[in-house]
Design a protein around this ligand. Structure first.
Ligand SMILES: [Fe+2]
Ligand SMILES: [Fe+2]
Length: 143
């Protein structure tokens, strides 16, 4: 199978061990791959913008989902984690604002890769911190 630098494949190293969150993260990956496919295939700018907008909306929903769980768990790191979420949303909004009518493809490819890296880095560093907390808190597993 041909591998693409822009394409993310789910694998178990990305799992936080909480099925409802893994489902969100898998959906993220689908949306980011869809955005990058649109960029690579040079689809209409309006289609690229729609796909970017879906990522932004999905990110906001997912971050609320995680932060809701953190509050249920009394997770100690909720504020710092929520700040990271806010930074990502602000980055996505900045990108949305920047796109305008810009049709320069080399820049678009960078934008797509930046979004992919930002989200994957967040899952594999920040989200893994609460994954470890959850794993070590068996009392939460019955909730
Ligand atoms: Fe997450
Ligand atoms: Fe997160």
């Amino acid at each position: 199978m041909q591998q693409h630098i822009w394409k993310i494949e789910w694998d178990d190293s990305l799992s936080v061990g909480i099925p409802e969150i893994d489902a969100d993260h898998k959906q993220f990956i689908v949306l980011v791959n869809r955005l990058n496919k649109a960029i690579i295939d040079r689809m209409e700018l309006s289609e690229i913008k729609n796909r970017l907008q879906s990522i932004l909306e999905d990110a906001v929903r997912h971050f609320e989902h995680e932060e809701g769980l953190f509050r249920q768990w009394n997770y100690h790191d909720v504020d710092a984690h929520a700040r990271k979420h806010a930074e990502i949303v602000s980055t996505l909004r900045t990108i949305m604002g920047r796109v305008g009518s810009d049709t320069l493809m080399p820049q678009w490819i960078e934008v797509g890769l930046e979004i992919k890296d930002t989200l994957i880095t967040h899952i594999s560093t920040e989200d893994m911190k609460y994954a470890q907390f959850y794993r070590n808190s068996p009392e939460l597993h019955r909730q």
